[in-house]
Design a protein around this ligand. Structure first.
Ligand code: HPA
Length: 258
């Protein structure tokens, strides 16, 4: 996600594979942007990182964000980490903060129902055996990982908060009324990604963590209006801290297993 690419430089023995070489893999739509999978190791763990993921708002359907998750699952990945840039919904969060997502609110209310029904009928997607929906109330975001990120932030002296991510379809930034609504619904930050991937990964039995880099105040909360450019600018400024947090977290898994 925006601002989180620094983790690539932490990976040892890295082998990069352009996504063009993987059948059906969603390609980045912005020309000149290369998307790749980077395989390697860090602190005794095997990692694969996807640089350049696709969003639902790009209009190519749910397979665009979810196909990579299915590829990871088939590679044997056990834990999925999702990263993004997000806007703060109240003054308890500010530009430059890092938020570990402890829960989300899906303001699209889609809940993957239609595509999952379709995939059940399509053997290319159907997992071995039948899936059962996760029990109601079961955490999407692993509480143990949330705690580890809070600890990692404290140890690194980084501003890390646990919060609720409000998911909007985009591609428009929210209106001031939508920002007030999401805040009233209990969300702390807002963004246009992550939730479909997290739900799909949980459905397939992966453990999930997710992180937001706060790049702007939500529409109407600050004098200066945000734009795609200012969001990218702030994401780039945050990148070194974001990579430090991820490295500390990953190293904390080393001795305890996952
Ligand atoms: N809204 C939605 N998505 C975002 C924002 C925002 O304010 N900032 C970064 N991604």
């Amino acid at each position: 996600g925006s601002g989180w690419g620094g983790v690539r430089h932490l990976v040892q023995d890295a082998v990069a594979i352009p996504v063009e070489r993987i059948p059906h893999f969603p390609r980045p739509s912005v020309s000149g942007h290369k998307a790749e999978l980077v395989f390697g190791r860090l602190a005794g763990l095997s990692l694969v990182i996807l640089l350049g993921r696709k969003h639902l708002y790009e209009g190519e359907g749910l397979a665009a964000p979810l196909y990579p998750v299915e590829v990871f699952r088939r590679l044997g990945v056990q834990t999925l980490g999702l990263t993004n840039a997000a806007g703060a919904l109240h003054s308890g969060l500010g530009i430059g903060d890092l938020m570990v997502i402890r829960d989300h609110l899906d303001s699209t209310w889609h809940r993957l129902t239609a595509p999952l029904a379709r995939w059940e009928a399509d053997e290319r997607w159907r997992p071995p055996g039948r899936w059962t929906p996760p029990a109601a109330g079961r955490a999407v975001y692993d509480p143990e990982f949330v705690q580890r990120f809070l600890d990692a932030g404290r140890e690194e002296g980084l501003p890390v908060r646990a919060g609720v991510y409000g998911f909007t379809l985009g591609p428009f930034y929210e209106t001031p009324a939508e920002v007030r609504c999401l805040a009233a619904w209990g969300c702390d930050a807002v963004g246009m990604s992550t939730v479909p991937e997290a739900l799909y990964a949980r459905l397939r039995g992966l453990r999930v963590f997710a992180l937001s880099a706060i790049t702007n105040m939500g529409t109407g909360l600050a004098e200066a209006e945000h734009s795609h450019e200012s969001v990218k600018e702030q994401a780039a400024l945050l990148a070194p801290r974001a990579a430090r947090l991820l490295e500390r977290f990953i190293r904390s898994l080393d001795d305890s297993g996952i």
